[in-house]
Design a protein around this ligand. Structure first.
Ligand SMILES: C[S@@+](CC[C@H](N)C(=O)[O-])C[C@H]1O[C@@H](n2cnc3c(N)ncnc32)[C@H](O)[C@@H]1O
Length: 312
């Protein structure tokens, strides 16, 4: 970490802490990323920037697909994550190619036209003004450089079915709860966690060319006996959430989103109990081997190139 505030590790919960478990290692099929690397000529990239790099998952996954001498810079606003990303890079033997530093996606600490590739994963969904951050990403891209964003529609996940069947009304009630929380989070200036749907339009509006939109082909199936680590990690994550009185967002956080989304306190307790009850039912069904689901979700990979300045 270059910045001096490395020593000022914050006491409060750092951003996205609940979402950096083992489950995140299973978000992508390697051969799908190889296909994307071929389509997007990632092997020509020598200088890459991973914005909102977290503990390094996304950038370090892409790095082997870039030029063999490529350098990856990661920038994040959380000092804890910078240290963890450095550790992960060392453990993977990538420390010579990776450098992590503190920085804000809204004011990237780099000169114009520095990178061949600027990328982010599940970051635009957390920003109050994602278009402003995209403008910043474009600013630090070289002309002809590639902007690559992996951003989801998380609401769609609420419609993924499994062997725990709900009535139509129960499904709608759960989707409504999530949508109200999503809207409330956005109203509080904390981003739209289903923003992926809008990102290609932002790329076009901000002048990127050759825009491509792809869907991550990875699903997250669960079926007995849940033998592989991926499936076990999903079950473990749900157990941890329940033990922490959390659904990824903790109770207090979720309540604030729900209220900001137009909900009432009395309704919140009802929905929270349902959410926890669903997770407990899921855990019980995996214990007796009756739960199965194809998994899935909507996660986009969106690309576009910065145009060369016009010669006129
Ligand atoms: C959901 S995590 C994604 C981390 C990483 N991209 C990955 O996919 O593993 C979101 C990350 O964005 C960072 N972040 C949020 N707002 C930011 C901002 N304004 N500037 C820089 N980083 C930010 C958070 O600290 C967190 O590490």
């Amino acid at each position: 970490m270059k910045n001096e505030s490395k020593t000022e590790i914050k006491k409060q919960k750092p951003h996205s802490e609940a979402f950096f478990g083992e489950v995140r290692d299973y978000w992508w099929n390697k051969d799908f990323l190889e296909l994307m690397a071929k389509r997007l000529a990632l092997n020509k990239v020598k200088d890459a920037l991973d914005v909102g790099s977290g503990i390094g998952h996304w950038g370090q996954l892409l790095l082997p697909l870039l030029a063999s001498d490529a350098k990856l810079t990661g920038v994040d606003r959380e000092p804890q994550w910078i240290l963890r990303a450095e550790d992960r890079a060392r453990n993977a033997g990538l420390e010579k190619q990776c450098a992590y530093q503190l920085g804000d996606a809204n004011a990237l600490p780099f000169p114009d036209a520095t990178f061949d590739l600027v990328t982010c994963q599940t970051v635009l969904i957390h920003l109050q003004d994602p278009k402003h951050a995209i403008r910043e990403m474009i600013r630090v891209l070289k002309p002809g450089g590639l902007l690559l964003a992996a951003e989801p529609n998380n609401l769609a996940n609420q419609m993924i079915g499994g062997t725990i069947v709900h009535s139509v009304n129960e499904v709608m009630e759960r989707v409504r709860f999530h949508l109200m929380c999503e809207r409330g989070k956005e109203a509080l200036g904390l981003g739209n966690i289903s923003l992926g749907d809008l990102v290609p339009g932002y790329f076009a509006e901000l002048g990127l060319e050759g825009i491509g939109v792809y869907l991550n082909d990875k699903s997250n199936p669960l079926f007995a006996p849940y033998a592989d680590r991926e499936q076990q990690s999903m079950i473990k994550q749900t157990e941890e959430f329940v033990n922490q009185d959390s659904m990824g967002w903790d109770r207090e956080e979720t309540r604030s989103y729900f209220i900001a989304g137009g909900g009432t306190l009395a309704d919140f307790d009802h929905h929270w109990n349902l959410a926890l009850q669903d997770m407990r039912k899921f855990i019980a069904a995996t214990k007796n081997g009756t739960y199965h689901s194809a998994g899935g979700g909507v996660s986009y990979l969106i690309s576009g190139r910065k145009p060369y300045p016009s010669c006129i």
